[in-house]
Ligand binder design. Structure first.
Ligand code: SAM
Ligand code: SF4
Length: 415
């Protein structure tokens, strides 16, 4: 209800986000500025009960067939692109992309036929893959940034999440042997009974292992996942987040998005906040101009559809102008900064003309500050974004992914 009202207020319309089972076979990315690339590898050794992402148990033959289809999807998109296009970054996510480490180089080379990648290549890793041989294979494929899903260094929380303990010393040795520009580590916070001391110990271990970037995700209880953990109370969550933010600052890690802290500006790791991106593989999202499209979640349906020479898009949403603005602001705010000039350049209209009352309200409530054409979120604003993000995730992502997990090509969806 809250999310529907907010959507109506911000889009100044009762029109829902309407997804249809159609797509453009030729994608109009030629004129997009700051385009990013994302590739999804949906295989894991075992499936974690709390995880909402699109993934299936690893099977070598299926993984090979999937990568062949992925190369074909890249060709289908790239051949329609009208020439080699400069892009910012390439991110591999999953699942566990390192299970296909031996073929990531092949995927990068196929992409490089059509795209010139200027800001490096990132890969999400499971801690089990942080061993010198795998890291060397990734580095040889061109990877410059890695993000490791630690969740917690403490056995009691790993047990709660159904994961095996992670040995910091093993990680530290592997990371010292094969360095990367960005070494990011993911943690989950707001787990039942988790205290600031628990998180401080986790962060200290991460920093000592060589992490120059950390992501601290609030636990989200997706309706379709098997785990059921009691939610932490709002006040407790706020105190915890404030203390983590202050602690990261003391250690020289500055907030570079709602959830992440970086030791230097050039070590960021973010596969999400690009203005435009092309996504390849199961469940991958593409955002170009006014269209948002999402690929099928079914590995078999993905391979079948690409085998017919068609794109594996399950649903496409064509934004109204206001909807596109809201989506843009949502992801800009995720970086904790919204530039009025960038907004005006993107939409050809001043930000204050479109959202003047909301911006004044945000400043009056102490959620944002304004300086030199940029609105910056305060710690209070960051907490509330964090907090309400949970509702939006459940209202939009949970619903969309829930349907796409059941049906390879749904007939449509309204959110
Ligand atoms: C695709 S997963 C991680 C990559 C790798 N497969 C692994 O498990 O280490 C990306 C990150 O999302 C976060 N995540 C997964 N499920 C979550 C949930 N229910 N709530 C909050 N964060 C979650 C975890 O921190 C995880 O490391
Ligand atoms: S958390 Fe990582 S390893 Fe676990 S199921 Fe999700 S993607 Fe796979």
């Amino acid at each position: 209800m809250l999310t529907a009202l907010t959507r109506m207020w911000l889009t100044r319309s009762v029109r829902p986000f309407t997804f249809r089972p159609e797509y453009d076979q030729v994608l109009p990315y030629g004129d997009c500025q700051r385009l990013g690339l994302y590739v999804h590898i949906p295989f894991c050794r075992s499936l974690c009960s709390f995880c909402p992402y699109c993934k299936v148990p690893y099977d070598a033959a299926l993984c090979d067939r999937y990568i062949d289809a992925l190369l074909e999807e890249i060709r289908l998109v790239g051949e329609g692109g009208g020439g080699r296009k400069q892009v910012t970054s390439l991110y591999f996510g999953g699942g566990t992309p390192a299970l296909a480490a031996g073929r990531l180089g092949e995927i990068v080379r196929e992409l490089e036929k059509y795209f010139d990648i200027t800001e490096g290549i990132g890969v999400e890793l499971h801690p089990d893959d942080v061993v010198p041989e795998v890291l060397e294979t990734l580095r040889d494929a061109g990877v410059t940034r890695i993000s490791i899903g630690i969740q917690s260094f403490q056995p009691k929380f790993q047990r709660l999440l159904g994961r095996a303990p992670v040995d910091g010393a093993v990680l530290a040795r592997a990371l010292a042997a094969v360095p990367f520009q960005t070494v990011s580590m993911d943690f989950i916070f707001a787990l039942p009974g988790q205290t600031f001391e628990d998180l401080r110990r986790d962060l200290d271990t991460a920093f000592a292992c060589g992490a120059n970037h950390v992501a601290i995700y609030p636990f989200i209880d997706f309706t379709f996942t098997a785990s059921r953990l009691p939610a932490m109370r709002k006040g407790e969550k706020r105190r915890l987040l404030d203390r983590i933010t202050a602690y990261c600052g003391e250690k020289g890690y500055r907030r570079d998005s709602i959830w992440t802290f970086a030791a230097a500006p050039e070590v960021g790791y973010s596969s999400m906040t690009r203005e435009h991106f092309l996504g390849f593989g199961c469940s991958a999202v593409t955002l170009l101009g006014d269209q948002f499209k999402i690929n099928t979640f079914s590995v078999e349906a993905y391979c079948g559809r690409v085998g017919e020479g068609r794109l594996p898009t399950a649903l496409t949403l064509r934004f109204t102008r206001r909807q596109r603005m809201v989506y843009y602001l949502f992801w800009e705010a995720y970086s904790t900064r919204v530039s009025a000039r960038a907004f005006a350049e993107t939409f050809g209209v001043p930000l204050e003309r479109m959202y003047g009352p909301e911006l004044r309200l945000a400043r009056a409530l102490g959620l944002a500050r304004y300086r030199d054409g940029v609105y910056t979120m305060t710690p209070k604003g960051a907490f509330y974004y964090h907090h309400y993000e949970n509702y939006y995730t459940l209202a939009y992502i949970d619903k969309m992914w829930g349907i796409l997990r059941r049906e390879a090509f749904p007939r449509g969806l309204k959110l």
